[in-house]
Design a protein around this ligand. Structure first.
Ligand SMILES: Cc1ncc(COP(=O)(O)O)c(C=O)c1O
Length: 375
């Protein structure tokens, strides 16, 4: 049996007919950027995030950059973020000219360690970027507490957390700004590049809106020098159709995660431990084990694709050698990067595929006598 890590065609088939009709309408009208689909999607996704304002942009990286820039962050400022993230989080900080301060994550669910954030604050700190990694919310309340009264902005990297909840509230509605990616493998994915910024602050929303379209206030007036970070109509049409299926998809991901957990109960596989105050959306399902490479080959031979998220933490990336940054002892991050292995999780995964993946993982432990780092 073949089990791919993601199955993008399976996410296209249910919307195929409706999408082709939408594409035809858009292409016949030729209003290609910031048109009716973008406007409607901005309202629909902001409402889904329970945020007052939403601005569609060209990618998750651009969402982070625009959010930081709109918050006035630039050279001389420090921005605290976890080192265990997709490198784009850190790239966006670097692009503003600010200095990334890379901190460790907590050992059970691998979101940013609040004590490490607190210890990293200096008078130059202007923002904290918690990442809701793998679809599991970071512990936001203490982070918001650290930021309060210090003029520090909290910018959520919710690129992997569409629909996740923290203490009942949606990711993207918790900090000053929320940033989403619609990269095509995400829980809500376009069929091209796209991203989104949420906020409850109308002034920040207006700044992001201006920045994404050449700093324009109206057709001929550029009040600031901005960028081209626009969301296009075709991607907005894809996203509108897929948004209607997001909740159902997230529910199915929860079921898949629960099935894996049942298969692995009592076995020597270390899994992430969700906090009880969160509703994660299982963008990824990482295992943690010392014998990662051996398991990768074992599964590949049996038709199961896997991925590593992430192999090299941000603070060890060659790109940072030439950029000013600060980092402490990131023991949990470095250990996790040596052990993480993502197995397939997506709504379209069939029960027999789930069972096949789990049986092969268990087969590996039985055949090799290997164990997770901790049962
Ligand atoms: C945590 C995280 N941040 C930022 C990004 C960047 O998003 P994009 O690829 O849409 O630029 C991604 C996804 O790729 C991500 O997973």
């Amino acid at each position: 049996m073949k089990v791919p890590l993601v199955d993008l065609r399976a996410s296209y088939l249910p919307i195929r007919e409706a999408l082709l009709a939408e594409f035809d309408e858009i292409l016949m009208g030729m209003e290609l950027f910031l048109g009716p689909n973008v406007r409607a999607f901005e309202e629909e996704f902001a409402a889904h995030c329970e945020a007052a304002h939403g601005v569609g942009v060209s990618s998750g990286t651009d969402a982070l950059y625009a959010a930081l820039h709109a918050c006035g962050i630039g050279p001389g400022d420090e921005v605290i973020a976890p080192s265990l993230t997709y490198f784009a989080t850190i790239e966006a900080i670097i692009r503003t000219g600010a200095t990334p301060i890379l901190v460790d994550v907590e050992s059970e669910n691998l979101t940013v360690d609040v004590d490490e954030v607190r210890a990293a604050v200096t008078p130059a700190t202007r923002a904290i970027v918690p990442v809701h990694l793998y679809g599991h919310p970071a512990d936001m309340d203490p982070i918001l507490e650290i930021a309060r009264d210090r003029g520090i902005r909290v910018i959520e990297d919710a690129a992997q957390a569409h629909g996740a909840r923290y203490k009942g509230k949606r990711c993207g509605s918790l900090g000053d700004v929320g940033c989403f990616s619609f990269y095509f493998t995400k829980n809500l994915g376009a069929f091209g590049e796209a991203g989104f910024v949420t906020t409850s602050d109308p002034e920040l929303a207006a700044r992001v809106r201006r920045l994404r379209d050449h700093g324009r206030d109206s057709k001929h007036v550029h009040s600031v020098a901005g960028h081209n970070l626009r969301l296009d109509e075709l991607q907005a049409a894809v996203l509108r159709l897929k948004l209607r299926r997001l909740e159902h998809g997230n529910e199915r991901r929860r079921t898949v995660a629960a099935l894996y957990r049942r298969f692995f109960a009592g076995q020597a596989v270390r899994l992430l431990k969700p906090r009880p105050d969160c509703e994660p959306v299982h963008h990824l399902f990482p295992l943690r084990l010392r014998q990662r490479d051996a398991l990768t080959s074992y599964l590949a031979e049996r038709g199961v694709d896997t991925g590593i998220h992430y192999k090299i933490p941000a603070h060890l990336q060659p790109a940072l050698r030439t950029h000013p940054h600060r980092t402490g002892n990131l023991k949990v991050t470095e250990e996790a990067c040596a052990q993480l292995l993502s197995i397939p999780i997506y709504p379209e995964l069939h029960d027999d595929q789930i069972a096949h993946v789990a049986e092969q993982v268990l087969g590996f432990f039985a055949d090799t006598g290997a164990g997770g780092e901790r049962p």
